[in-house]
Design a binder for this molecule. Structure first.
Ligand SMILES: CC(C)(COP(=O)(O)OP(=O)(O)OC[C@H]1O[C@@H](n2cnc3c(N)ncnc32)[C@H](O)[C@@H]1OP(=O)(O)O)[C@@H](O)C(=O)NCCC(=O)NCCS
Length: 134
């Protein structure tokens, strides 16, 4: 049964401007520890890919916050919602801390897809209830 859906479009130029203004502090606010490692690996070699990575994570987290119906309000936080990559590169949502506990107590499962072009990144999230991953 579908619990919620969420979508978000993010202007990559806005993310680039925030990154240029605040540097790594901006990335540390948005990204989980696992995402930070991936961001550093991508961004060191290709700075534009680092900005795209930040933008897709930003949009996916906002889309997830809408799908669960909280918006960016506790227990939803940027760093407790991680967009990891499963085998073959498929994105998947991995939660941490109080957000993970909140989500599991409701027997929820999330599915996410992301896309980006030069100037925009977009994401779509579906959250199901009562489905057991496996
Ligand atoms: C839900 C939230 C993420 C919306 O993000 P936004 O970027 O401001 O706005 P968007 O245009 O992407 O989305 C707005 C839509 O989200 C939906 N929305 C709002 N609150 C929602 C909630 N709790 N659950 C699900 N959807 C929600 C509404 O449909 C809204 O459109 P409407 O006001 O016309 O009805 C916002 O409430 C929020 O918490 N934003 C925090 C963002 C932030 O901290 N940014 C920092 C930038 S560095």
């Amino acid at each position: 049964m579908i619990y919620g859906i969420g979508t978000d479009i993010c202007d990559v130029r806005r993310i680039r401007a925030s990154f240029e203004r605040h540097g790594e502090r901006f990335a540390r606010k948005i990204l989980s520890d696992g995402e930070l490692d991936t961001w550093k690996a991508r961004g060191t070699r290709w700075p534009d890919r680092g900005v795209s990575y930040l933008a897709t994570r930003f949009s996916a987290k906002e889309a997830f916050s809408k799908a669960i119906g909280l918006g960016m309000r506790l227990p939803m936080t940027w760093r407790h919602c991680e967009i990891a990559n499963a085998a073959a590169g498929r994105p998947e949502i991995v939660l941490h801390g109080t957000l993970k506990a909140w989500f599991e107590a409701r027997h929820l499962t999330a599915f996410v897809t992301v896309t980006d072009e030069t100037d925009y990144a977009a994401s779509f999230v579906v959250v199901e209830r009562g489905r057991f991953p496996g």
